[in-house]
Design a protein around this ligand. Structure first.
Ligand SMILES: Cc1cc2nc3c(=O)[nH]c(=O)nc-3n(C[C@H](O)[C@H](O)[C@H](O)COP(=O)(O)O)c2cc1C
Length: 411
């Protein structure tokens, strides 16, 4: 099923974006790859060099200096709409900026002379062993960024030894994504208005081998992603929706719409329909976290959707210390929003997170290098985190504790 930008905005979904702040100089090249920039840039009538770019189909490793270089490089190869969709946030983008700013309100307190050898970055997450405490966040519509779409993202994530979380709003269907890699996978649902479709999606996800259900709860209405609104009317890449209903009798119009009045019964439904553990994503308050645990959720995912939904909601790193105190080790905490450095991951783990989910950098890796690009992004973060752990004198993930960080105070 093809659909256009306006469908996305009307569907009450999480789709949206920005024409972004350009980053520094980039990041590519690799022994295996031709140096020629790809695809060729076509000047467009509106003066934006990327306006006529086709969706890339590259598959190559990236030689990354820092993940901060990736947005500007991705912007060079992506259609204008694709870049606007991934890069931006809602409203004034205060929350988008705050996500990164809040991380830097904490400093790392190193323990030199600790005598530890090379650090061990492996950890267990809901029964799966991962090679680093970083997973791929659920994100919609990967065919905007690479013609191989989610098949590339899931493969790159697996090759890096991590967990892939498949969005209900994927371009490919969830079965095709599941078949594209052997690695551990979770399914993220936007609870549909049509309960029959919700049941169908959950059962398909279980049958396809997804091991955990993530329910995202912060998309009651479409948010004001103004960078996308500004470019409505410009050409749009052809987008597909993979997970259209297959059961006869499901209303296709309603199936495309998310339930606007979600409640805890809908969360419980995900568990009872599948028998799989359920994690609630995109909650940010102590109240919702406590409710999730009381109602039997296997974990909580602290997020503001990468600043793409409720602007002026708090940054996950600002909320995390109080949330970790309330959780008190009862369930794993996943956190996302603005994590770009090994230092950032380290600080989140120190404040009580079990793992960090990575959003936009994964999409930039997909855009620049397909499956290999995604692997490069995760591998880069792993290398950086290993360096940070060694410099901080911490031998393993479980040793990254609250004592390893302190609030940043300006004298
Ligand atoms: C392009 C894009 C699409 C997204 N689509 C979804 C989605 O389908 N489901 C969801 O739960 N979150 C979605 N998100 C939010 C991410 O899961 C994650 O919370 C956020 O990107 C993390 O912030 P970061 O991009 O700063 O790392 C999306 C984010 C982006 C950038």
């Amino acid at each position: 099923m093809s659909f256009n930008r306006r469908d996305l905005l009307l569907a009450g979904s999480s789709f949206g974006a920005t024409l972004a702040a350009a980053g520094p100089v980039v990041a590519q090249n690799t022994q295996a790859v031709p140096a020629t920039p790809e695809p060729a840039q076509q000047p467009a009538a509106n003066g934006n060099a990327a306006a006529d770019s086709p969706v890339p189909s590259t598959d190559r490793p990236l030689n990354i200096i820092t993940l901060r270089d990736l947005p500007a490089e991705a912007q060079k190869v992506l259609p204008v709409y694709s870049y606007a969709y991934v890069a931006g946030g809602a409203g004034d983008e205060w929350t988008l900026r705050e996500n990164e700013a809040a991380i830097n309100r904490w400093v790392i307190e190193p323990d030199f002379l600790s005598g530890h050898p090379t650090p061990d970055l492996t950890t267990m997450l809901f029964g799966s062993k991962v090679s680093l405490p970083v997973i791929t966040a659920p994100m919609a519509s990967h065919d905007l960024f690479n013609t191989a779409a989610e098949a590339a993202t899931v493969k790159g994530t697996d090759q890096a030894g991590s967990i892939y979380v498949s969005s209900a709003a994927s371009s490919l269907d969830l079965e095709t994504i599941a078949a594209a890699s052997q690695g551990p996978k979770w399914f993220q649902i936007y609870f549909p208005a049509d309960r029959g479709f919700a049941r169908e999606l959950l059962q398909r996800a279980k049958a396809a081998g997804y091991k955990l259900i993530v329910i995202t709860v912060d998309v009651a209405v479409t948010s004001n992603r103004e960078r996308v609104t500004r470019i409505l009317g410009q050409p749009t890449p052809n987008m597909h929706r993979g997970n259209i209903p297959t059961t006869p009798g499901i209303d296709h119009q309603r199936a495309a719409v998310y339930k606007h009045d979600l409640n805890w019964d809908d969360v419980a439904f995900c568990g009872t329909e599948t028998g799989l553990p359920v994690v609630v994503k995109s909650i940010i308050s102590v109240r919702n976290v406590v409710q999730a645990i009381e109602r039997g959720c296997a974990g909580v995912w602290i997020s503001n959707h990468g600043g793409r939904q409720l602007d002026n909601s708090p940054a996950p790193m600002a909320a995390l210390p109080r949330i970790a105190d309330a959780v008190n080790g009862r369930v794993p905490i996943i956190v996302d929003g603005g994590f770009r450095r090994g230092q950032d991951v380290f600080r989140a783990l120190a404040l009580g997170a079990s793992a960090v989910a990575l959003g936009r950098p994964i999409i930039y890796g997909l855009s620049l290098g397909g499956a290999s690009g995604v692997q490069s992004v995760l591998q880069h973060l792993k290398t950086e985190l290993a360096m940070v752990m060694q410099l901080a004198g911490v031998p393993s993930i479980k040793d990254i504790t609250r004592e390893c960080v302190a609030p940043h105070r300006v004298a």
